[in-house]
Design a protein around this ligand. Structure first.
Ligand code: FEO
Length: 616
């Protein structure tokens, strides 16, 4: 029976999971299984993106038939020819004889190598940036050689902004009913398997991964559909950032991975003493016995941690077999940018340390610490200081950059007020009522800080009359202003004082919320009534903490941001014709036309001090 998943109205996952596979590619254990993803786009034309491994093709064909219904399959896009994605191609040509195969020239060569059907006659050959219009959708083909084979290409659907990423952004692990990464706790439950997949499958090709990421940043991507693992539709940067880090061979964490190969436990003993000494120095460590832990897990850890220790017995005058295999594997995976320490053991002629050094020093930017620890059969008390010295050398090297290392002197004018304008603010009319008196002012600092209860903070300037009313009554309303609000609203509520005028005199509306306080029914998309539960003196302002007691929408118009107001609503300040210099208030735009600005100057409009002014 089919088991398909809808991704969008016209895109369906038709892949399958394999939980019986012992060794992926014959090398990598997959205790959590693996998914082989295939996607069907049903536009005016129908397009299938890749197929699956032969082990699950029965389910795949059921899925494809269900998703197609009675429609033919017009195109198969072959992004990657490795058989875990291409095994079902020949059967597809039989089932769907009219199907064209979209591929590049390298893929076509491989199609003819892997299969014996006539691939050339049904090939639709594409090259970099070629497109295929399928009706509503336009597919763009982007070459991604060596991510993970030379023929690999990815496809970008510019209509729905979906990247079909081939092996890139894949992960080990069956999907277990979920399809999207946001349906699971990916960071906790799947990141280790994603790293293991990356390090072992494409880790060698970091340069090519970076080239693909560079191409990907040129387009807007809302969703990533890889050939293994989950589809990404939210928080894509959580994963793309990891890929960028892995592709650059930069470690994710500062700490030590210790891998040891021990025949009778004496090399292991040295590794454990070192690990203990490192922990005593506050350094994180992980340990692996290379004879029992699958190499793919150790390769993955080596991509994660900043410092690597290899401890090996000498065997047949060389490196112990399992350690030699691991080091060769790491070198083959292009490990770079790490600090390495070595421990060698040998009862008569220890050689493993020097041999490991020879191999690892061939890698790019690998620093091997000088003080290799040599054990003759077992660790002796006299060697404990040597192990301590190694731990100290690693701990010193690993020390994170101190906050003091790059600290700069505090300049004479340490606060550039322009920086403060880059904070994101909305703008609000804050209203209150005291007895028969209504008043309101403009504020820009409202933030929701809790949802049970729904709690907000609002900062109000001390000189504002509205603040006095709220201190007395403990209640206020917020009218959330929209981008259509004209400057006269800001001028009326923000640049005049309720002590001098009645701001609601002559207004054409009398709208009040359940607390009896006025709100603005125009240029407002929502209204909030709140009851004060606390306050904090912030110098020029009082910060109220208040619980929301009523909230309702008035429109779907966008809220105005402070930046939008400053750039598009507030009139540009200008000097009078006679003057060539003066001082502008960076908050309200008031221009003080004078060659000097007294230190105790207060803006007559918004009551900011002299520090808010800049010379023009
Ligand atoms: Fe999942 Fe390189 O194949």
């Amino acid at each position: 029976m089919h088991c398909i998943k809808k991704i969008t109205s016209d895109l369906t996952w038709v892949g399958a999971n394999d939980r019986r596979l012992a060794m992926f590619e014959g090398v990598y254990s997959v205790p959590g299984g693996v998914s082989y993803n295939s996607y069907l786009l049903t536009d005016d034309k129908t397009v299938l993106f890749d197929t699956v491994d032969k082990a699950v093709q029965h389910r795949f064909f059921e899925n494809l038939a269900e998703a197609l219904g009675d429609r033919p399959l017009d195109y198969l896009v072959v992004q990657h020819m490795e058989p875990d994605h291409s095994a079902a191609i020949k059967e597809l040509t039989t089932l769907y004889p009219q199907m064209k195969i979209v591929c590049n020239t390298k893929t076509l060569t491989m199609l003819n190598q892997f299969f014996d059907f006539d691939a050339d006659s049904r090939a639709h050959v594409v090259k970099e940036n070629d497109t295929l219009n399928t009706g509503k959708h336009t597919l763009h083909f982007i070459m991604a050689p060596m991510v993970h084979w030379p023929e690999v290409m990815v496809t970008y659907d510019s209509t729905d902004k979906i990247l079909f990423s081939a092996d890139a952004f894949g992960a080990f692990g069956a999907l277990n009913g979920a399809l999207f990464a946001d349906e699971v706790d990916f960071a906790k439950d799947y990141m280790d398997e994603a790293r293991r997949y990356y390090a072992n499958i494409v880790g060698k090709y970091g340069t090519q991964v970076q080239a693909l990421l560079k191409k990907a940043t040129a387009v807007e991507i809302d969703m990533i559909c890889p050939l293994h693992g989950f589809v990404w539709r939210k928080n894509l940067q959580d994963f793309t950032t990891k890929y960028a880090q892995w592709g650059s061979y930069e470690p994710e964490d500062r700490g030590v991975m210790i891998a040891y190969a021990s025949i009778y436990g004496n090399t292991e003993n040295a590794a454990e003493i070192l690990s203990s000494q490192l922990r005593d120095r506050g350094v994180k460590t992980v340990m692996f016995d290379v004879s029992v832990t699958p190499a793919s897990e150790i390769i993955s850890a080596a991509f994660r941690w900043s410092h690597l220790v290899f401890a090996s017995a000498t065997y047949n005058a060389g490196i112990f077999v399992t350690m030699e295999a691991l080091v060769n594997d790491l070198v083959a995976h292009n490990i770079q940018n790490r600090t390495v320490a070595l421990i060698e053991n040998g009862s008569w002629a220890p050689t493993s340390g020097g041999l490991m050094r020879d191999k690892l020093e061939k890698c790019k930017n690998i620093k091997v610490l000088d003080n290799t620890l040599r054990i003759k059969s077992s660790v002796k008390a006299s060697q404990l200081p040597v192990i301590a010295a190694m731990a100290e050398a690693i701990a010193t090297d690993i020390k994170p950059v101190s906050a003091n290392d790059n600290r700069t002197e505090l300049p004479d004018n340490p606060i550039d007020l322009t920086t403060m304008t880059k904070l994101t603010y909305g703008l609000f009319v804050l209203t209150a009522r005291d007895g028969d008196k209504d008043n309101g002012c403009i504020i820009d600092t409202v933030v929701q800080v809790g949802d049970s209860p729904i709690r907000i903070t609002a900062g109000v300037r001390k000189v504002n009359y509205t603040l006095d009313m709220i201190l007395k009554t403990g209640e206020f309303n917020l009218s959330i202003l929209t981008e259509s609000a004209p400057f006269r609203i800001f001028e009326h509520f923000g640049l005049r004082s309720g002590k001098d005028i009645d701001k609601f005199a002559g207004s054409s509306y009398e709208n009040r919320t359940a607390n009896g306080i006025r709100y603005l029914p125009e240029y407002t998309n929502g209204v909030i009534s709140a009851k004060v539960v606390g306050s904090h003196d912030c110098g020029s302002h009082i910060l109220f903490v208040a619980d929301v007691v009523q909230a309702f929408m008035l429109s779907e118009e966008p809220s105005v941001s402070y930046q939008y107001y400053a750039e598009r609503i507030k009139p540009k300040p200008a000097l009078s014709k006679e003057r060539t210099s003066g001082f502008i208030c960076t908050v309200c735009g008031y221009v003080h036309e004078s060659d000097t600005l007294p230190d105790d100057f207060i803006c007559p409009l918004c009551k900011q001090g002299a520090s808010a002014f800049v010379k023009v």
